[in-house]
Design a protein around this ligand. Structure first.
Ligand SMILES: NC(=O)c1ccc[n+]([C@@H]2O[C@H](COP(=O)([O-])OP(=O)(O)OC[C@H]3O[C@@H](n4cnc5c(N)ncnc54)[C@H](OP(=O)(O)O)[C@@H]3O)[C@@H](O)[C@H]2O)c1
Length: 273
């Protein structure tokens, strides 16, 4: 059975995966409120309202949560906005790590708590978060980014239990590598000039360039739209090429085998220790 979502808030709707979801929702006649740091640069479209949101600015998050949009029932809140940080664990600047957690985790949790209060009032609604396959495994130089996604996975898994019997649905979307602005405009770096990691970072860069083709964001947008419409109690949705395979391999392979596969793909098979 399919239920229609009529009014949906999507954070980070200006680009990539969020923009694909906005397109898919508008195409089926739904009303969308989307956020961006630059609402003045967005194109006006029917049934679409742009709001400002900078996840790294607590005042901006408060402004979104105080906005009159919450005075009318929302059917779904999609926490999609976020960015990546490439940084060796040992040489990343702590400010860069804190900024990464502020945006991807703390601001997202603030929106999640507010949306939960909203949905409890109406005893219905869907809360969705976009994590990553890197929310269930970790890759070299993406450790802090992956940590924010692991943290979101834990919180949304706990939330799923806490929503049993409430009429509120909880969804985690786990995309693999997707063709968006994520790796080009969005990505931050810290400590990448550490000479200890020159070679490793070069291997990573080569692996990213020669890796299998990334998935078009429209594919992820459709998975998200279906997950919003589904009335099942499924929590996690793998999305895009190889995401399901990698997540299954992570689940069934012993740690050592799985890590060797990743090391082979990304670090030229270097052995640890
Ligand atoms: N691309 C991938 O391979 C991949 C894989 C797995 C998971 N993901 C996840 O998918 C989500 C969307 O990323 P994407 O791939 O679509 O990247 P993208 O094309 O760079 O889009 C990111 C979106 O998030 C917003 N955003 C970024 N930093 C923000 C901040 N500090 N405050 C507020 N908004 C911010 C951007 O809005 P403005 O710049 O307009 O403010 C934009 O709309 C992210 O959570 C990412 O971690 C991506």
């Amino acid at each position: 059975m399919v239920s229609k979502h009529r009014r949906v808030l999507v954070t980070g709707g200006s680009s990539g995966i969020g923009a694909a979801l906005v397109d898919a929702l508008l195409a089926s006649g739904e009303t969308v409120i989307a956020t961006t740091r630059k609402p003045e640069q967005q194109v006006a479209r029917t049934n679409l309202q742009w709001l400002a949101l900078d996840l790294n600015d607590p005042d901006s998050v408060t402004e979104l949560l105080d906005h009159p949009i919450w005075e009318t029932p929302l059917d779904a809140v999609v926490n999609n906005a976020g960015y990546g940080l490439i940084a060796p664990i040992e040489s990343a600047a702590m400010d860069a790590v804190r900024d990464q957690f502020e945006a991807n985790f703390f601001a997202t949790i603030a929106i999640t708590q507010h949306a939960m209060a909203h949905f409890r009032t109406y005893q219905q609604g869907t809360l969705m978060v976009v994590t990553s396959i890197g929310g269930r495994m970790a890759f070299p130089y993406f450790g802090y980014y992956n940590a924010t996604k692991h943290a979101l996975e834990a919180v949304y898994e706990a939330l799923w239990y806490e929503c049993i019997g409430s009429g509120i649905r909880v969804r985690i979307i786990e995309p693999g590598f997707t063709q968006t602005q994520f790796a080009t405009h969005g990505m931050q770096t810290s400590g990448t000039d550490d000479p200890i990691h020159t070679q490793g970072l070069q291997w990573l860069s080569n692996a990213m360039k020669s890796g299998t083709t990334a998935t078009p964001p429209a594919v992820i947008g459709q998975v998200m739209k279906s997950a919003l419409e589904s009335t099942s109690d499924q929590l996690r949705f793998a999305a895009g090429k190889h995401a399901g395979t990698l997540l299954t391999a992570r689940k069934i392979l012993p740690d050592r085998w799985f890590s060797s596969l990743i090391a082979k793909a990304v670090m030229r098979g270097q052995k640890a220790g």
